[in-house]
Design a protein around this ligand. Structure first.
Ligand SMILES: [Fe+2]
Length: 391
């Protein structure tokens, strides 16, 4: 391998180890063709190369964002010639103008297409038997050691629920941890909230009642992707958290109750909150699929639904499917029971891991749980940044 220190910058702040050298390069139908040291061959589109040219005429050297836009490049721009420099960088001469561009070989290799899309982490779906408790990590170790922090965050990404334990009881700690990961998403409940009994509750969460499984804030155009609960004390009896992998529920329904599954994917429900001083309202199907038919999000909350307006046959279909989903969501087969212990911090994906709780006896002790919301983007960004740091 060549000396990476001499290589051109890349249009990002990631690290691109040179795992393979380019052994030959040449233009091919206007693109750049690279043969690598492992005999793999990749083609790189001229416009992709042109707009990612790391020279200051294209890339701002501080922001590392391109300063040009698609119309600034000739539509028929081609790679006219290419060569490998002594340091391993790849230099391209263009069909238009008298300019060349030089690229980092690790970055080129990292964006090469070899006939298959790169593997991305897939959610690990679970039932109660498969995952009786959340993946759990030592809290103080996670705060000290980026590798433990990364392991916790990856578990949260993959399982949709993951816990830190043995954290100290400390004012501001929940916010500090959330801000280490990313940003806090404030809501009408404030930047943070405390799960306690209120005299005039604006949510069932602020009572001692049991709560069926649900996501929070289905009343938002995009409900928060993350929620964190930090238990500072709990000497009450009852009140266990009841968590369900809604992706697993939906996957099972897809196979075992396909008509209901389709109704869950196709029919939007509207949700609205019941507060006296604000009025949030949003609609969406219970199960959201992406272009590849993969489940990406769930919008399910039995007590925040608005009355359904639509043809009676559609209402019938929607109600039957919702009931079928509810029956599974509260079935023991799917219920992960979590006792909130002092010093626990539970993170969960609010659009995947349904949460609920058993009722508790408020007179039999004290219970003080702080919570806040954030988003999946913050989690994924923190994972990538830690991976960049750890290498
Ligand atoms: Fe909730």
């Amino acid at each position: 391998m060549k000396d990476a220190a001499e290589l051109p910058i890349t249009p990002d702040f990631d690290t691109w180890p040179v795992t393979h050298d380019a052994v030959s390069v040449a233009p091919e139908r206007g693109a750049l063709r690279i043969t690598w040291s492992d005999d793999q061959v990749s083609l790189h589109h001229p416009l992709l190369l042109a707009e990612n040219d790391p020279s200051p005429r294209v890339l701002h050297p501080l922001s590392r964002e391109t300063v040009l836009n698609p119309v600034d490049f000739a539509p028929d721009l081609q790679v006219a010639a290419a060569k490998i420099l002594p340091n391993g960088a790849i230099c391209v001469r263009w069909s238009h103008g008298d300019t060349t561009s030089t690229f980092h070989p690790g970055w080129l290799r990292g964006h090469a297409y070899f006939g298959e899309m790169p593997e991305t982490p897939k959610p690990i779906l679970w039932t109660a038997e498969e995952q009786p408790g959340p993946p759990t990590f030592h809290g103080p170790a996670a705060l000290d050691d980026p590798k433990v922090m990364l392991a916790w965050l990856c578990a949260l990404r993959d399982y949709g629920v993951a816990r830190l334990e043995n954290l100290p009881d400390q004012d501001g700690l929940l916010v500090e941890i959330a801000q280490r990961i990313g940003t806090i998403r404030g809501t009408n409940f404030g930047p943070t909230y405390t799960l306690e009994i209120k005299d005039d509750p604006d949510s069932n969460a602020y009572t001692a009642n049991s709560l069926p499984q649900h996501i929070d804030l289905p009343t938002r155009e995009c409900p928060p992707g993350l929620q964190f609960l930090y238990c500072r004390t709990n000497t009450t009896t009852g009140g266990e958290g009841l968590y369900v992998d809604a992706y697993r529920v939906a996957k099972d329904m897809r196979r075992e109750e396909p008509a209901h599954f389709r109704a869950l994917c196709e029919i939007p429900w509207t949700y609205n909150n019941r507060a006296k001083t604000n009025s949030y309202k949003a609609s969406g199907p219970v199960v959201e699929l992406d272009a590849d038919d993969q489940i990406t999000s769930v919008r399910y909350n039995t007590w925040l639904r608005s009355p359904f307006v639509g043809p009676i046959e559609e209402q019938d279909r929607a109600y039957r499917a919702y009931r079928a989903f509810a029956a599974r969501a509260q079935h023991d087969r799917y219920l992960m029971k979590i006792v909130y212990r002092r010093g626990d911090l539970l993170g969960f994906d609010n659009r995947r891991a349904l949460h609920g709780r058993n009722g508790y006896d408020a007179k039999g002790g004290s219970r003080y749980i702080e919570g806040l919301y954030s988003d999946r983007d913050d989690l994924y960004s923190a994972i990538r940044t830690l991976q960049r740091q750890i290498g």
